[in-house]
Design a protein around this ligand. Structure first.
Ligand SMILES: N[C@@H](CCC(=O)N[C@@H](CS)C(=O)NCC(=O)O)C(=O)O
Length: 228
């Protein structure tokens, strides 16, 4: 697809892990897409122009040929079906059980680890912020995350399944909540995450331009003091 028939609606700080997932998915599929930025701090997602077409009024949302979809996991599944293998690269493993495991992990990453996500928000990955030590609850999340990562990362330290799938990028992002904040991560797990972080689709998100200043409301929302 050369002319953009596809639009990704992203938030304008480029810190959303869900936008990250959709952005990486689109890049991996090799689909030409436009980007529209939505300022969440100004509640642009709640304005009728967005809310009335994007069902959950959240980002990301994807528009393809007049169809609008929210929820990053639903978007990934949709892209996989609209742009199927072997014509397009896969986002999910080819093998049935591996595909189920990848979905299991993606669902879990979206629904657990609340304390870790709260104390190491993605804002701290992309903007230099001094973070306090992890609480006992966040440490429990970290132990669980590192245990699961250790179980799943294969001995060669490469993709979780036989080749890259979207969940590799998603797991690498969660692990970078720790790595980029200098929280301890075992060498083997760290090597896996750093390798995944080098993927061009991931680099394109990580290195995307961002506004210099973060709106005050973000710091308030996160309960963090605005850096001097
Ligand atoms: N489960 C959703 C989560 C999306 C989400 O929470 N997006 C946030 C930005 S990271 C958002 O739009 N927040 C604004 C709001 O909820 O009003 C997904 O996977 O896409």
């Amino acid at each position: 697809m050369s002319v953009a028939e596809c639009t990704l609606y992203a938030e304008n700080l480029w810190i959303s892990p869900y936008v990250f997932s959709t952005f990486v998915a689109l890049r991996e599929k090799g689909i030409h897409f436009d980007v529209e930025e939505i300022a969440l701090s100004e509640h642009q997602n709640l304005q009728p122009a967005y809310r009335d077409v994007a069902l959950t009024a959240r980002v990301p949302s994807l528009e393809y040929r007049g169809f609008r979809l929210t929820e990053s996991s639903a978007i990934a599944e949709y892209l996989e079906e609209v742009f199927p293998a072997p014509l397009y690269p896969r986002l999910f493993p080819a093998e049935l059980e591996a595909r189920a495991r990848a979905r299991e992990l993606m669902a879990w990453l979206r629904s657990d680890l609340g304390a870790l996500r709260q104390e190491r928000p993605t804002l701290t990955m992309f903007y230099r912020v001094k973070v306090p030590p992890l609480s006992a609850a966040a440490k429990r999340d970290v132990d669980k995350l590192l245990r699961i990562a250790d179980v799943l990362i294969p001995p060669d330290g490469d993709a979780l399944f036989s080749s890259w799938s979207l969940v590799d990028s998603e797991l690498a992002l969660v692990l970078h909540r720790l790595i980029l904040n200098d929280d301890p991560v075992p060498e083997r797990v760290q090597a896996y995450a750093r390798l995944q972080w080098q993927r061009p689709s991931v680099r394109a998100f990580v290195e995307h331009s961002r506004p210099r200043d973060v709106p005050e409301s973000y710091w308030t929302m996160l309960g963090m003091p605005k850096p001097a």
